[in-house]
Design a protein around this ligand. Sequence first.
Ligand code: TXA
Ligand code: MG
Length: 339
Amino acid sequence: MNTKILKITDSSLKLSKNLILSDELVAFPTETVYGLGGLATSDVAVERIFKAKGRPSDNPLIVHVHKNYDLERLVEIEYDYVYNLIDAFMPGPLTLVMKSKGAVSKSVTCGLDTLAVRIPDHALCQEFLKYLDLPIAAPSANVSKHTSPVTAEHVYDDLNGRVEIILDGGKCSGGIESTVLDVTGPTPVILRSGLVTAEMIKRVVGSCEYASSSEGEPVRSPGMKYTHYTPKCATVLFERNELPLAQKLYDDCLGKGKVPVFLCDDKVSHKLCGEKLLLGNTGEEIASNLYFRLLEGEKIADILIAIKIDTGSEIDVGVLNRLSKACKPYDGSDILENI
Ligand code: TXA
Ligand code: MG
């Protein structure tokens, strides 16, 4: 199949609907990252999503709906605080994990009795979902383990030939995936951090916890146990107090004829000498640029030398979670031997 990138117009929406109703896949923009969408009620479509991504079969998908869709067709809302969260953050970069009513394909939830649902806050995405008026299962539109896409071209680079069309909505503004929040108990539990932070949730609900990932305990969000977000070049991540070490590695790489590139925020940039990909200053800016820069970096660098961020923003938790999974921590070993 020849994947086409199309602007969102009446005719591309019509084509998308025909494809979705025929169990084919359509990639679409959201405010966080691009999604690889298929009809959530169709076993065939959901199977195609897992296959196109090479996604492990025990990692459930998020179902996307438009803002006027009645969520209670899909899930049971068991606690009153959930209505307050919906009022405060939906549409928005928040995914709620609730008790499933079994209205979608079993493969969406990988056999779990809960279902993750999300209402994206993106005008063109809302237009697409409203036009379909159907629940759309969609993981991030990348090959499993690779960095998530924030432009239509990123999706094309990963999934050309595996998705019929990519609806082009420009660069996603949020830049990291939605916060995944389990609301099946009396206290909401963050399974994946994102732009809706624990503090924001506490301000609405009064309490919020992070899922514990202690060894031996079952993983509450299956996706969290896999490698994620990794660019195709070598990577290494330094603490902010390790800049001289980072500089030494950069210089050693150059000395051996390799192409090193720094990935850092604007504040530490002047303390490093060499080619840099800058992430910006504020938590929001850095989140918005992170995947874009990682995907830019893998095209030009043999090794990305990243520096941890610290803006003091609540969003840093989500950004550091992605950065630490995308880039390997520096362990003093001879990285140069392996690039
Ligand atoms: O921003 C986003 O959430 C993007 C856009 C496209 O909406 N989607 C996204 O999907 O990041 P994906 O598949 O890459 O990540 C979904 C995460 C995984 O970590 C998965 O394990 C978790 O949500 N998840 C899905 N259903 C779940 C459930 N029933 N219980 C616990 N975790 C669940
Ligand atoms: Mg993903």
